[in-house]
Ligand binder design. Structure first.
Ligand code: FAD
Ligand code: NAD
Length: 479
């Protein structure tokens, strides 16, 4: 599968070596890191064999290039010669070869539709497929002027042809206001089900219903050219950056004024930055600005800030660049993704959170949401694994919350404590878990959430199954 890397290549023992979600990355040869790839693409070497010429590729021609040393792949209508990239692909050559000489768009989307392959592979671009237009010919004509009813066919189903009945929409306009009404025929549409962006001539409203995403995208006056598939990014401004621990910071980004975006509980977004001329993308899980946000003034519905707790790895690829950003600088933020379903929390009695390091981030909103919105909840227990006391994110807030809300308990477990530490020690273990995971009764509804380095999550999952918790009672956060 075309698993273009979004990250540099961790050492063989690094926790980042295995992609979350269980997709293994293969060991790469020396000199085949993301940085090496970027260097090669900047070297001026002819990577397509076409000396910079772009050609129109027929299906017959594409099919011919299906060998490792001559491998073309089409993604969203663009054809790339990926042979030079083979040895740099973290998913391995065989994964890439699955799409050799064919249209790899679906395979690519299954793995990482958020990866910025256009930028990663731009020097490998052979040309465009000679193919039919993706939209009906009259598409741009129809959506040109926003001053009347548009036909229902303008509601583009971006992800699937099947699913809940397609929404329709209409709209009306006064001197100063355009109101767009989207009819979804769904009862439980929340603010976080709708993402709205307006930029230049482009207006976009994405409605997320169950597993489907419906996109209304109209050009307000001029024809617009936008990639309808893949994730949509908008530029957000860095408005503050505060130290939380010696290596973790709270970043606050401001959405553009014309964007409405609320990241649902348990979901992550992708941040995108140009690094040495290539767009690099990494996932991050938005948090609340503090654990006590529910005690503050009600949040305005038009929430314009997104907060992230991000650990800066000095030898990392992305985070040092992020840390270099100055207040006022921009970073692109994608639409949310993730498979946590909020209804898993309904009627819950016991919620157990097992977090390691920055694996704490998805727990923040889950914790807040459960304590404020789940009346059946009796207990929320967080077991928070860190190396040292200095690494514990928001320790005093967690202790305060435990003091204020008797339903909440927190326990810290350190893997590399100093001799003064009198609390629990070690890695995640069956002994720690069986003592910690005491449910109220055999029939109480329980959910255990798990997030951290891949070995932590994998070992934890196995231990939980051995302790007889069912699949429905466990949620592990991965990409
Ligand atoms: P990388 O370049 O990936 O390096 C990571 C580590 O590997 C570092 O310790 C680095 O020193 C080491 N390393 C790199 N290259 C080598 C090498 N050649 N040899 C040996 N070691 C090496 N992180 C957060 O901080 N906050 C979040 O909210 C958050 N949410 C996430 C959500 C999801 C769904 C996922 C999957 C991950 C999330 N992460 C989060 C992790 C984040 O996506 C990045 O993996 C992390 O920020 C590291 O990125 P980086 O490019 O700076 O480091
Ligand atoms: P870290 O290196 O500081 O380790 C924190 C704790 O994790 C350790 O104290 C230990 O208890 C445990 N741990 C580490 N290595 C382990 C191993 N090999 N086996 C068992 N337990 C181990 O952690 P960090 O640098 O903060 O990294 C956090 C990780 O969480 C990253 O890999 C990040 O990608 C991941 N993360 C994932 C998501 C998500 O998938 N939604 C969200 C946030 C963070």
């Amino acid at each position: 599968m075309l698993n273009v890397p979004s990250q540099s290549f961790p050492g063989p023992s690094s926790q980042q070596r295995v992609a979350s979600g269980g997709r293994s990355k293969v060991p790469l040869k020396q000199g085949r890191s993301l940085m090496d790839w970027i260097r090669l693409t900047k070297s001026g070497k002819d990577l397509t064999g076409l000396k910079g010429r772009l050609i129109e590729v027929t299906e017959e021609e594409l099919k011919k290039h299906n060998k490792k040393d001559d491998c073309w792949i089409c993604i969203r209508g663009f054809v790339y010669n990926v042979s030079p990239y083979m040895e740099y692909h973290p998913g391995g050559e065989d994964e890439l070869m699955r799409a050799a000489g064919s249209d790899g768009t679906d395979l690519f989307d299954q793995v990482h539709r958020w990866v910025n392959y256009e930028s990663m592979l731009k020097e490998c671009l052979v040309g465009r497929m000679a193919m039919k237009p993706a939209f009906p010919k009259d598409y741009h004509e129809e959506k040109k002027v926003l001053n009347g009813m548009l036909p229902q066919s303008q509601v583009t189903d971006t992800l699937a042809k099947e699913g809940p009945s397609s929404p329709s929409y209409d709209w009306f306009q006064t001197d100063s206001l355009v109101t767009i009404v989207i009819y979804t025929k769904q009862k439980d549409i929340n603010l976080d089900s709708v993402i709205v962006d307006h930029r230049d001539d482009s207006f976009r409203a994405e409605t997320v219903i169950k597993d489907y995403s419906y996109l209304v995208h109209v050009a307000l006056s001029h024809e617009i050219q936008e990639d309808f598939s893949g994730l949509f990014y908008r530029k957000c401004q860095l408005v503050s950056k505060e130290d939380v621990t010696h290596d973790t910071k709270l970043f606050c980004l401001m959405l553009p004024p014309s964007t409405h975006l609320e990241v649902p509980v348990g979901q992550h977004v992708y941040l995108r930055l140009p690094i040495t001329g290539t767009e690099i993308v990494k996932p991050y899980t938005p948090v609340c600005d503090s654990l006590f946000s529910e005690f503050k003034e009600p949040v305005l519905p038009n929430n314009i800030y997104i907060y992230f707790l991000i650990k800066i790895y000095p030898a990392g690829f992305f985070t040092p660049e992020l840390d270099q950003l100055q207040i006022g600088d921009y970073v692109s933020v994608s639409n949310p993704e993730g498979n946590f379903i909020i209804s898993q929390l309904q009627e819950l009695e016991d919620l157990f959170l097992l977090a390691a390091g920055t694996g704490f981030t998805p727990m923040v909103k889950v914790l807040n949401y459960a304590l404020t919105n789940i009346p059946s909840l009796r207990k929320v227990k967080l077991m928070f694994f860190n190396k040292t006391e200095d690494d514990i994110i928001w320790r005093s807030q967690l202790e305060k919350l435990a003091f204020k809300d008797k339903r909440f308990e927190v326990e810290f477990v350190l893997s590399a404590p100093t001799s003064e530490w009198s609390g629990k020690q070690g890695y995640i273990s069956p002994a720690l878990l069986s003592e910690f995971l005491k449910r109220r009764s055999d029939t109480s509804k329980v959910l255990i959430c798990l997030c951290g380095p891949t070995p932590f999550t994998e070992q934890g999952m196995k231990m939980l199954h051995d302790l007889n918790f069912s699949k429905d009672e466990i949620h592990s956060f991965t990409a």
